[in-house]
Design a protein around this ligand. Sequence first.
Ligand code: SF4
Length: 307
Amino acid sequence: MTGSLAMRPFSDVRQVRPESVGSARALLALWSDNGHTSKTTQKTPRAPLSIRPTAAITVKARFLLTRKCSARCGYCHNEGQTDAGASLLSLHQIAAVLDTMVRQNCLPQEIVLSGGEPTLHKQVADIARLCKSTGAHVSMASHGGHPDLLEPVLPWLDELKLHIDDADPDRQWRSMGIALGSVQQSIAIAQQFRGLHLVANHPLAQVQRTAMFVAWARQLRVHVKIIHRLQSRLQPFMRWKNLGYTPLDATTWLHRNGWHRLFTKRCTDIHNPEPTFFVDTQGIRTRLEGVSQPIFPGQDLRALLAS
Ligand code: SF4
């Protein structure tokens, strides 16, 4: 850790009594003026940039907070989680992972909160806040079906990715078991947070339905990421130009209205080109599918990246 790292190690969360972990006071105890003394009366965390170590390598972290989900998507792979018994990744564990990353100068540039459905995790707002304190870009993937659970998390997010199958309420319900009205409520709440990037992740299933979905999202002022599932052969049939979009690059399209964007992503077995740590209750790994390594502390993250 560098001398400029004006942050108390995340592992100091272990000094907080278990019953108080997750409270605002326990979270505030994670920060101090110089990394040596605790000031639990401090009202706000230090500026995020002050905690970023120098010469850190660029990595991304995906915290798979829970396997629970209130949706029922037929194609769900639940983010590569294979142990049906595993569930909640705690604030305590996440603090320990971040502590390890800080100590090894491996702090992620981007942190993704995922699942399952992360809003079902009771500590999700505290977790998002802790992640935000690292200075990383923090995003969350959600189906948006629980606006009341989503709202407390939003102040700590830079980006919200809402998984939505269909713009038709009946089809959306049949496909995911999530009410489109609740999703629209989540969108309306999220749009009250200035600077929060909002994107709808939409799996490409039928050309016409996707065209209708894009028009619906544009009307709601929500950008769209089109996910091409494995074996999908529809990509050649999507005529984005006919829908008023022109390519900005290989994966980004801009509507003629000058602001609405489409992003396209092909779902392959290599989910992330950048070095990524996938963290769940089983451990920390660099691929969605694969053997987990023992979790923190002491995990040599750079060696894990190189393996
Ligand atoms: S919302 Fe995501 S995690 Fe939940 S069932 Fe659908 S694909 Fe799976």
